[in-house]
Ligand binder design. Structure first.
Ligand SMILES: Cc1cc2nc3c(=O)[nH]c(=O)nc-3n(C[C@H](O)[C@H](O)[C@H](O)COP(=O)(O)OP(=O)(O)OC[C@H]3O[C@@H](n4cnc5c(N)ncnc54)[C@H](O)[C@@H]3O)c2cc1C
Ligand code: FES
Length: 265
């Protein structure tokens, strides 16, 4: 498995509790594909014991830099929030399968919920470099304006951008799914790519299924090993049994996931 050392070059609190980390890690910067993630060891000791997974937000092979966006939710991310420039992380990566762009130049609709924007920024960046560039529309939803983290970076990489907030403090009022359903009525072939909370992904998958539109989701589950060995990240598969988010994903065709069993977990 690919293992590397990443040096923290810059840490910026982009909004309260959300940190953009710029890491010096040439190996990952060269190899990373949109949708992949890194598995970071935080600290040298046993607290926390397990690595923590973060999507790659951008990778610059020319400079050797990799960016990740970290929302503080607990012990590990809380420690990262205190780290100064120069801290060295032992990381595994890039891991996972990543997004695949539509082969036939179909329109792309990117649907992000909260911190789920991170891998979609990298994907939107990659789509702009394609020989046959697809038309890219994005829908970014969050509880409020502040939680639309890095929205300018996302919007700048898309042809059309719609913000949606639950409290109406920015963009349209409601949920991303309120905007997605009418979007899919356009009379052009399109593919949907989504990353966000499980409930949002389940709703996006249902809307796409009903509209007959291919949909790919990136899942963010709790992880142990990050390389397919512990089954800590397993999610129910529609074919029966489970798939591993770290080794089989994190990106899945939405029809591969059993969303009903996901709900009951
Ligand atoms: C493939 C993948 C990509 C991810 N990308 C990002 C990213 O770009 N930015 C980001 O901020 N986070 C991302 N996450 C989630 C991130 O890994 C967790 O928030 C982090 O591991 C929590 O660590 P902690 O020690 O701070 O939390 P803990 O102290 O371990 O837990 C605090 C709380 O967070 C919950 N939690 C822990 N891990 C996860 C998880 N994986 N998903 C949802 N809730 C969790 C726990 O259940 C608990 O309620 C990603 C997860 C995966 C699997
Ligand atoms: S985290 Fe161990 S199998 Fe996925």
């Amino acid at each position: 498995m690919p293992r590397a050392t990443a040096i923290l070059r810059h840490r910026e609190e982009v909004v309260s509790g959300h940190y953009l980390l710029t890491l010096d890690c040439p190996e990952v910067a060269k190899a990373a594909q949109p949708g992949q993630f890194v598995h970071l060891r935080i600290g040298d000791g046993t607290d926390p014991l397990l690595r923590r997974p973060f999507s790659i937000l951008l990778a610059q092979p020319e400079t050797g830099e990799v960016q990740i966006l970290v929302r503080t939710v607990g012990r590990g991310t809380g420690i990262i929030a205190t780290h100064d420039e120069g801290v060295a992380y032992d990381l595994l990566g890039p891991l996972g399968n990543g997004w695949e762009a539509p082969a036939g130049g179909e329109d792309v609709v990117l649907v992000a919920g909260g911190i789920g924007v991170a891998p979609l920024i990298f994907f939107a960046d990659g789509l702009r470099l394609m020989e046959r560039q697809p038309y890219v529309r994005s829908i970014f939803g969050a509880a409020n304006q502040e939680a639309l983290v890095c929205w300018t970076e996302f919007a700048a990489r898309c042809d059309e951008f719609t913000a949606v907030t639950e409290d109406g403090s920015a963009g349209e009022t409601g949920l991303v799914t309120d905007v997605l359903a009418p979007e899919l009525e356009r009379d052009r072939p399109q593919h949907v790519y989504a990353c966000g909370p499980d409930g949002m992904l389940a709703a996006v998958a249902r809307i796409c299924r009903d509209a007959g539109v291919p949909c790919y989701v990136s899942m963010e589950q709790w992880m142990g090993c990050g390389v397919g060995a512990c089954l800590g990240c397993a999610v129910p598969a529609s074919a029966g049994g489970y798939v591993r988010v770290c080794a089989d994903g994190p990106v899945f065709d939405a029809t591969e996931i059993d969303w009903e069993r996901m709900k009951r977990r």
